[in-house]
Design a protein around this ligand. Structure first.
Ligand SMILES: [Zn+2]
Length: 195
């Protein structure tokens, strides 16, 4: 299992990576997604830059409000595709993001192996969206891995992760947060029912 990394940036309070795929760490930038009070981590250009630095080791993009909104809309399309409930146009958005930088671009050699690099003509946001689209595309075409994508059992949490446990029984996005909250709730219920 990947190590869960928690941010200590106040702009990302409560956010952590470790979902097992970049695209899932991206869709998890909505907190309490399935509750009636979802919270947006990518709420501003500054918060988006904090997330880029923390989650992707990516330089700041200093996006304006429209570009941040675009990134959030794009995220929701990827989310729907990953959970198997796409709306019309979602797949087109993914494909447009891929093709905007020449699909997979070209292969470059780095210190820890080979990786895909975007075409040099593409600019910041397009390169970022292509990388996120590629991560989602890699997950979508890998049916065995996609079948291991689960939603956290935490009430209202809605975060996704790849269950890499051997038994396939991971329930929580993080034991430190949702797992502990649920344990505390169960304990509260038990102690209440005894009185
Ligand atoms: Zn959770």
């Amino acid at each position: 299992m990947k190590v869960v990394k928690k941010s200590d940036d106040p702009l990302l309070d409560g956010y952590y990576t470790g979902a097992g795929a970049t695209c899932l760490d991206y869709v998890n930038t909505v907190d309490w997604r399935t509750s009636d009070h979802p919270a947006e981590f990518l709420a501003s250009g500054a918060a988006t830059d904090a997330w880029l630095a923390f989650a992707l080791d990516h330089p700041p993009l200093r996006l304006d409000t429209d570009a941040v909104a675009d990134l959030c809309r794009f995220r929701e399309a990827l989310y729907r595709l990953i959970v198997g409930a796409p709306q019309a146009g979602d797949l087109d958005l993914l494909n447009a993001a891929l093709s905007a930088v020449g699909d997979r671009g070209r292969l470059v050699a780095g210190s820890d192996g080979y990786s895909w690099a975007a075409e040099a003509t593409a600019t910041g946001l397009a390169v970022l969206k292509a990388a996120l689209a590629r991560s989602a595309a890699d997950l979508l075409v890998d049916s065995a891995r996609l079948a291991r994508v689960k939603e956290c059992h935490g009430h209202g949490c809605g975060w996704l992760f790849v269950d890499e446990s051997r038994a396939g029984n991971r329930r929580w996005c993080s034991m430190q947060t949702c797992g502990n909250r649920e344990k505390a709730r169960a304990h509260y219920r038990r102690t209440r029912s005894q009185t």
